[in-house]
Design a protein around this ligand. Structure first.
Ligand SMILES: *Cc1c(COP(=O)(O)O)cnc(C)c1O
Length: 387
């Protein structure tokens, strides 16, 4: 696709390369060849667009899709996605009936969740598929300590009645991104003990799963029956301190178009608060993207951008809708020129560079891109555009 055609008149946009996404899914499948793969598409596919990403992931061989909220799972089903689907975050009053009716697998960390799922299943005269979650040390979701055997017993009662079927046992790592950390092996051991306890109680899980992207890439022992990569399918490394891109390709490229170019004198402040002033006379450009679009305000004076051959940074405060860049005294940039905020390393800064500059992780950089920013999807094997 020629992006200059489809982006005419756009202020800021995110190009989503579905060929790269499919490549990443195939790469991860090859790394965990003995396991099934669940593509995690929560939070609008980490900002990349739920449906196009889900469909591309399935085309590239994802066996499962995973989301946090029940509403995200329902949206997939209502759009015609029939792939096996797990949703793991609910509260009392969540739409369990809607989820069971749509054939969505549900997670439970507490007896109340099992009861709510069972009630929805009885109401519809069917059995609901449940994954029991154990907290092996993350200290977040999951049943911990003596709550685990109690959850298992509770689940077995509902299973005997026919209201639910326990198809999965699962957990989540605290520090899989620190490959040598002792908690990784400790959590793994605790997990397989918890699985054994459930099996002794009569649970017959189809899938035991614990590996996020980091574990999928660096802890083959944790692959188990199913891996659940999220960030890696978007081509970003969960272990940026490791000097290896694992053959992954970034999927999102965020670009904007200069809205104004003007000369600016030495010493005069730029943008709210005047926290930047050029040392010599220069040329500045106005980039029409701001914190309402997900550009972190913390990128003030540090967010990296590329304009043509020039690598520069945000100059002054990031505002709600716009920020300024210092293009240098000799700049021949004009309004309308394309600015690349992040994307592939070959083209300019990466989402990881933005994360480093603003003291966060690449996950947050892509997931926070706002709803106002149009996503332009290209490639993907169903469009015949892939190469
Ligand atoms: C988000 C999430 C994942 C994916 O994590 P990544 O680090 O993006 O691979 C997997 N499992 C659960 C439970 C999650 O919440």
């Amino acid at each position: 696709m020629n992006s200059t055609d489809t982006t005419a008149g756009l202020t800021v946009w995110a190009e989503i390369d579905l060929d790269a996404l499919e490549h990443n899914i195939r790469t991860l499948r090859a790394r965990a060849a003995q396991s099934q793969l669940m593509a995690v598409v929560k939070a609008d596919a980490y900002g990349h667009g739920l449906l196009p990403v889900a469909r591309a992931a399935v085309r590239a061989g994802a066996d499962w899709l995973g989301v946090a909220q029940l509403a995200e799972a329902c949206a997939l089903r209502d759009a015609g996605v029939t792939t096996r689907l797990l949703a793991w975050l609910s509260v009392p009053g969540s739409d369990f009936s809607g989820a069971v009716r749509r054939d969505i697998d549900l997670s439970a960390s507490a007896p109340w969740t099992l009861d709510a799922i069972a009630a929805a299943a009885r109401e519809q005269g069917r059995s609901a598929r449940v994954h029991l979650k154990v907290d092996t040390g993350l200290g977040r979701g999951g049943a911990h300590g003596p709550d685990w055997p109690a959850l298992v017993v509770h689940a077995r009662r509902l299973e005997a009645e026919g209201a639910i079927s326990v198809v999965g046992v699962w957990t989540h790592f605290a520090m899989a991104d620190a490959p040598e950390h002792p908690t990784v092996l400790a959590q793994q051991d605790t997990f397989f003990e918890a699985v054994a306890l459930a099996e002794r109680a009569g649970v017959r899980p189809e899938v035991r799963h614990l590996a996020n992207s980091a574990a999928t890439l660096v802890h083959p022992d944790a692959h188990a029956d199913l891996v659940r990569p999220g960030i890696a399918i978007y081509g970003l490394s969960p272990v940026p301190q490791v000097d290896d891109d694992f053959g992954l390709r970034p999927v999102m490229t965020l670009r904007a178009r200069l809205a104004l170019v003007k000369r600016w004198p030495a010493g005069r402040g730029i943008s709210y608060g005047h926290v930047y002033a050029p040392e010599s006379d220069t040329v500045v450009g106005l980039v029409p993207a701001g914190y309402a679009d997900g550009i972190p305000r913390e990128a003030t004076n540090v967010g990296p951008v590329r304009v043509g051959d020039l690598s520069t940074t945000v100059a002054g405060r990031v505002c709600m809708d716009q920020f300024v860049v210092d293009l240098g005294p000799g700049s021949d940039a004009v309004a309308g020129d394309v600015v690349t905020l992040f994307g592939s390393p070959s083209e300019g800064p990466t989402a990881q560079d933005w994360a480093d500059a603003t003291d966060t992780i690449s996950y947050e950089i892509v997931a926070r891109i706002g709803a106002r920013v149009p996503r332009l999807w290209s490639g993907g094997s169903d469009q015949g555009a892939g190469a």
